[in-house]
Design a protein around this ligand. Structure first.
Ligand SMILES: C[S@@+](CC[C@H](N)C(=O)[O-])C[C@H]1O[C@@H](n2cnc3c(N)ncnc32)[C@H](O)[C@@H]1O
Length: 206
């Protein structure tokens, strides 16, 4: 894949998001080994954190620079991380996962609903999604800005454990423009399948 603006960004800014995982990822992961898909996972701060708990992590991102950097670090620590250099809008998101995370990426897509539907299909019943994405209160324009109502509708039928809007302080990077980040946070669980005996008795599987 030819170099893109994200590649240039990672080349000029090593580890731009730091090494620590976001709270939402810690909360959703419960510190246990599982099959994880990190959508737009960048240079892998979440993948590294999750793989260290024994999880098998697949990271999809369109930046070869970020993924090469992640691969090197994963090899050094013998971590189970697979990287796929793909654009999310072109990726089938194949596989089955217990945890799917997407932090700070879905607002870069013009039609995130299609990608979210694929993420949902790739999730095992009872599996979890953890999302962070910019919302309409954000002061920087993006290809897509979410509302709480929209996210709730996209996750209709899922068990929504956390859904809220967060507004950060006004700030600037260097001499850049004054701006404010505002986003939605979601943790949701896909409904579990009914087992044969539960169906007979009309109870949901535990
Ligand atoms: C702000 S970074 C967030 C990285 C990571 N999720 C994190 O929280 O540390 C956004 C990432 O999304 C990736 N990205 C943006 N648009 C994408 C697309 N259409 N397909 C795949 N990856 C994309 C970028 O390459 C970048 O690594």
């Amino acid at each position: 894949m030819a170099r893109n603006t994200w590649d240039e960004y990672y080349l000029c800014n090593p580890e731009p998001w730091g090494k620590d995982p976001d709270d939402i990822v810690r909360m959703a992961a419960h510190n246990r080994p599982q099959r994880v898909l990190d959508v737009g996972g960048g240079d892998g701060r979440h993948a590294m954190y999750l793989a260290r708990t024994g999880s098998q992590v697949t990271v999809i991102d369109k930046s070869t620079v970020a993924l090469e950097y992640l691969k090197r670090r994963a090899e050094q620590e013998h971590l189970d991380i697979t990287t796929k250099c793909q654009r999310l809008q072109d990726s089938p998101l194949s596989g089955t996962y217990d945890l799917v995370i997407a932090t700070s990426v879905l607002h870069f897509l013009k039609e995130p609903a299609t990608v979210i539907a694929r993420m949902q299909r790739a999730t095992f019943p009872g599996g979890t999604h953890a999302l962070e994405a910019f919302c309409t209160q954000n002061t920087q324009d993006m290809p897509h800005l979410f509302t709480l109502e929209e996210v709730a509708a996209l996750y209709d039928g899922w068990n929504i454990k956390k859904l809220c809007e967060n507004t950060g302080p006004l700030h600037r990077h260097g001499r850049g423009p004054l701006h404010r980040h505002a986003g939605i946070t979601l943790i949701a669980q896909k409904p579990k399948l009914l087992s044969f005996s539960d169906e007979q008795y009309g109870h949901e599987a535990k």
